[in-house]
Write a protein that binds this ligand. Structure first.
Ligand SMILES: [Zn+2]
Ligand SMILES: [Zn+2]
Length: 301
């Protein structure tokens, strides 16, 4: 008999460490509304995270963005030295978040840890309209050769005290689903739930949790609930990233907004795959607290 091991998310003890200063910069995302004329937008996402804790500066990269080297070129345009990155997290294995990974690693020119879910390399497909491969375009040895030390785990991992990867996100809500993606199992093309989807949770002093999502394929509400569960912190200050609500029906949009309102979320910074309709609904509900962000934008906490 084939026994399937249950997926377990390890619950970490609440971290007391809180980040004194946080700056998040959009190195690339979809919108043509870029900050400077030379910046290049492209479908995908790469966010640079800069922190100060106990007076020490650290830098993290969430996703490398689409190929070939747009995140790097944009970083150069806004005077960011990408060589100083300490570690990376891949939000999931889609090409628009991983396409530039090898170029970024080679540029960093020292070995860095890359946190990702074990399924990040699983086959990934979508109909666009023909069946297309949308996964990572290179293998693990290529990543190692470029200087990436892969740390593949379903658990939440601290990149720094106060900066945690989500681990595998529990899917609890009934109104958030992942449709439109495909994978292969036992020679069959089946629905891909994108179980490798992860987010980044940052505990910011005097504010609360700041949550960074890649595409939020697990659902933005499932992601927010995971943040509280993993950190033990109830106060969610801001969400930043792609919320994957482009195809969301009205029920999903309304239920998501209702729950975000109930947790007294203070700021929403949507971009990438959030979708125009969702952004306009979020703006209607949150007013000036909903601030769409584009390539070249920085947010400071
Ligand atoms: Zn995706
Ligand atoms: Zn994406």
């Amino acid at each position: 008999m084939n026994l399937i091991k249950p997926k377990v998310v390890r619950i970490l003890k609440p971290t007391k460490a809180s980040i004194e200063k946080l700056k998040v910069t959009v190195l690339v995302e979809d919108s043509v509304n870029v900050k400077k004329p030379n910046l290049i937008p492209k479908h995908g996402l790469s966010l640079l995270v800069e922190t100060k804790l106990a007076g020490v500066d650290s830098r993290f990269l969430m996703d490398a963005g689409p190929g070939p080297d747009i995140a790097l070129r944009n970083a150069g345009m806004i005077d960011i030295d990408m060589k100083k990155i300490d570690s990376m997290m891949l939000s999931h294995g889609h090409y628009d978040h991983t396409g530039a990974l090898l170029q970024v690693l080679k540029h960093i020119d020292h070995s860095i840890p890359i946190i990702a879910h074990p399924n990040v390399f699983s086959p990934k497909f979508a109909y666009k309209p023909a069946l297309t491969s949308i996964g990572i375009e290179f293998d693990q040895p290529a990543i190692k050769a470029a200087g990436g030390e892969l740390l593949l785990t379903r658990d939440s991992i601290a990149l720094l005290n106060g900066v945690l990867s989500s681990g595998e996100i529990l899917r609890k809500t009934y109104f958030e689903n992942t449709k439109g993606f495909w994978t292969v199992e036992c020679n069959n093309l089946i629905d891909d739930t994108v179980s490798d989807d992860q987010a980044l949770f940052i505990n910011v002093r005097n504010k609360g949790l700041v949550i960074l999502t890649g595409c939020a394929h697990s659902g933005i509400i499932n992601t927010v609930r995971q943040a509280k569960r993993v950190t033990g912190i109830e106060n969610v200050y801001a969400i930043i990233g792609g919320f994957h609500l482009e195809q969301a029906n009205d029920e999903r949009l309304q239920k998501s907004i209702k729950e975000l309102k109930e947790i007294y979320l203070k700021r929403i910074y949507p971009c990438h795959c959030t979708g125009k309709k969702a952004i306009s609904q979020l703006t209607k509900s949150f007013g000036d607290f909903c601030i769409p962000i584009n390539t070249g934008d920085s947010i400071e906490f």
